[in-house]
Design a binder for this molecule. Structure first.
Ligand SMILES: [Zn+2]
Length: 309
């Protein structure tokens, strides 16, 4: 077994270092000695940066319930909430960039105006992750949940297929017959498609389904490990049975694994009715907003529009 692991289907104590947010700059870089922080800062072209890091950890995380993790993760709004999440669950599990990734990130930084250069970085152990990387993955999760929600609505007939193209995905000019598929906010999905594929009638629906399945699968369904356990039963023919328990050494896989389960179980997704939020969330009873803060904000917006009219 690995040194660190998150049980995915077993109610036993998991083992992983918890993490917290801290600022690394020229003055404390030496003092903290966070392995990888300098590489990341160079990559991002900065001297100072916020990191989620295990450096100050004194505790190992114990109880871990992967159910609902994708939702909790997608709702993280700011540094404080990221800190609380990392205090409980540790690092995501994105490796410190090696030379190949450093080059990729540096080229990507010139190509994209957003954080698209974080796409597809290798998963693995490290001691720190830049907070930008966390925000990138949080947004990825929000986008996938929105895509999932849209696909449910299309299947139910509550949304037109053509709305995918208007509201969710966009195609960037083709380079040599290949189009870049973008999210609605202009960031790259990580996918390209042949130009002639996009001209087909069902092109966008297929694309949307493919992006959801491939993205979730590539993180949440790979490298899931199994630990067997023999349970003595006394019954013939062996006198014991074997049970398999799933675990992953990396939190990011557990988060995507949860999303995979949501999809496999056809769990519904709702969109927060606060116009300033519109984030996906899992509805409890008749809940309309993702959080109390959103409920209050929506109330204030309603009040303001009433007094204005
Ligand atoms: Zn909200």
């Amino acid at each position: 077994m690995e040194m660190f692991y998150y049980w995915l289907n077993r109610k036993e104590v998991s083992c992983f270092p918890t993490a917290s947010v801290l600022e690394v700059n020229e003055n404390n870089l030496e003092e903290f000695k966070i392995e990888g922080a300098k590489v990341w800062l160079d990559c991002l072209g900065k001297n100072t940066g916020k990191f989620v890091s295990v450096v100050s950890w004194k505790t190992m995380g114990g109880t871990f319930n992967p159910e609902g993790l994708a939702w909790d993760f997608s709702k993280l709004k700011n540094e404080k909430e990221i800190n609380e999440f990392a205090n409980r669950y540790g690092l995501l599990g994105i490796s410190t960039p090696g030379q190949a990734e450093i080059n990729k990130i540096k080229i990507g930084k010139d190509l994209y105006s957003d954080a698209s250069y974080f796409i597809d970085l290798p998963i693995g152990h490290s001691n720190c992750e830049p907070i930008e990387l966390w925000f990138f993955h949080i947004k990825q999760m929000q986008k996938l949940l929105k895509l999932y929600q849209a696909l449910i609505k299309i299947h139910k007939g509550e949304m037109q297929e053509s709305e995918i193209e208007d509201n969710l995905l966009a195609v960037k000019e083709s380079i040599r017959g290949n189009c870049q598929i973008l999210w609605w906010d202009g960031s790259w999905t990580g996918f390209t498609a042949a130009e002639d594929e996009m001209e087909k009638e069902e092109g966008f629906l297929k694309l949307a389904q493919g992006i959801l399945a491939l993205k979730v699968n590539s993180i949440g369904n790979q490298d899931i490990k199994r630990a067997p356990e023999t349970i003595v039963t006394g019954k013939s023919p062996l006198g014991f049975t074997i049970k398999e328990w799933d675990y992953t050494p990396h939190l990011i896989r557990a988060i995507y694994r949860d999303l995979w389960q949501q999809i496999a179980n056809n769990e519904p997704v709702h969109i927060c009715e606060n116009q300033n939020c519109k984030l996906p969330f899992k509805k409890v009873k008749r809940q309309k907003y993702c959080s109390n803060a959103c409920k209050q904000e929506a109330y204030r917006i309603r009040k303001a529009s009433q007094t204005n009219s």
